[in-house]
Ligand binder design. Structure first.
Ligand code: ADP
Ligand code: MG
Length: 341
């Protein structure tokens, strides 16, 4: 029997391979694999279902991740996937894999973070599962949410000339991770050293305590604007934009000088000698929303303080960055590929 290595497919290739072997058997299943959340017809609304798993050593390092933050983040990233469908999360289930390295007090801390997030996002913890793990700590959360049927935003609805918008700023979490990794190495070499995190609160905070942009979903709803397509940025702008473009059958032009990058991100980029633009495009873990709106709708949202137009969609299928120095460069998806080692 032939053996194919996982890295020849990559994460997205593997998901395509799995999904190609299934067809929906229930008419209530409106959208299965392939968007930020599954879409289920429950009568007058659509129900949304999304799940995300975080693994110790892959997604977080317990030596610098407070469990309270981890609990909060695990909820926020799921709420973010529901938001990416233009929906509001309502319930979560939480499954944990525990090793005996984890104390009861540590679990209390984790659930304190989960409870804070439940309060912030107004979601209810309604179940889960608890099991033993031999290979580190695992937390997997499933969120359900709802959206009015005429307000749902898929990844595949972008049209040429739609305005491409992003919320908040990009690249901060990536540099937050670089800083924490650097301080960890310093500490391992000399445990007497105190971590140097002054003036890094913003970027470290973006990594450890990301917020789901449910606020934006409420604002869009109040202004009567439904994005033509939407995705949340977990793997980096480039990778998520490729998903919008591929699924919508369009291209995009993004302006380099419009990419929102905070001062602390810029300064840390210089310190690490890494391009802030590369981090904004490929860093990941921003959990901002990337969406497209019709030009007429952009007029209605242009005054929102935390929504920024960064480009527009095109009929040709190329995805390009208009460089500040002139000319263009192709945008390639280089998001995290956990299966590539
Ligand atoms: P996101 O980054 O928004 O969480 P993913 O890239 O993880 O999205 O997943 C893309 C799509 O593939 C989603 O619809 C997700 O439910 C589905 N998916 C991911 N892994 C699997 C799997 N092992 N089996 C079935 N569906 C999967
Ligand atoms: Mg997503």
């Amino acid at each position: 029997m032939e053996r194919t290595e996982l890295n020849t497919l990559g994460e997205f290739g593997l998901i395509d391979r799995i999904s190609s072997k299934f067809t929906s058997q229930n008419h209530e299943t409106i959208k299965g694999i392939g968007d930020d959340a599954a879409v289920i017809d429950v009568g007058d609304k659509f129900m949304l279902v999304s799940t995300d798993m975080l693994l110790e050593g892959i997604h977080f390092d317990l030596s610098y991740t407070p469990l309270r933050h981890l609990g909060y983040k695990a909820v926020a990233v799921n709420v973010s996937d529901i938001a990416a469908m233009n929906g509001i999360a309502k319930q979560i289930t939480v499954s944990i894999g525990l090793s005996n390295r984890i104390s009861v007090e540590a679990i209390d801390e984790l659930y304190e973070g989960i409870r804070f997030a439940c309060e912030d996002y107004k979601v209810d913890l309604v179940g889960g599962d608890t099991a033993a793990s031999r290979s580190g700590f695992v937390i997997s959360i499933t969120a359900t949410g709802f959206v009015e049927k005429d307000k749902i935003a898929y990844r595949n609805g972008a049209k040429p000339n739609d305005i491409l918008c992003v919320t908040g700023d990009l690249g901060a979490a990536y540099f937050g991770l670089q800083v924490l990794e650097r301080e960890k190495q310093v500490y391992l070499a000399n445990p007497e050293m105190q971590p140097e995190l002054q003036e890094k609160e913003y970027i470290v905070g973006k990594l450890l305590k990301p917020e789901a942009r449910t606020d934006i979903i409420h604002e869009l709803n109040e202004l009567g604007v439904v994005p033509t397509s939407m995705i949340d940025i977990s793997d980096g702008l480039a990778s998520e934009l490729m998903h919008l473009c591929t699924q919508s059958g369009v291209g995009a032009m993004v302006f380099e000088d419009k990419l929102p990058i905070e001062d602390q991100t810029m300064l840390t980029a210089t310190e690490f000698n890494i391009s802030p633009i590369t981090a904004a495009l490929n860093g990941g873990e921003d959990y901002q929303l990337l969406f497209t709106v019709k030009q007429a709708d952009f007029e209605k949202i242009k005054n929102l303080s935390d929504v920024l137009p960064i480009g527009y969609m095109t009929a040709n299928k190329t995805v390009e960055l208009a460089l500040t120095s002139g000319g263009t460069a192709a945008i390639k998806a280089q998001g995290w590929n956990h299966l590539e080692k």
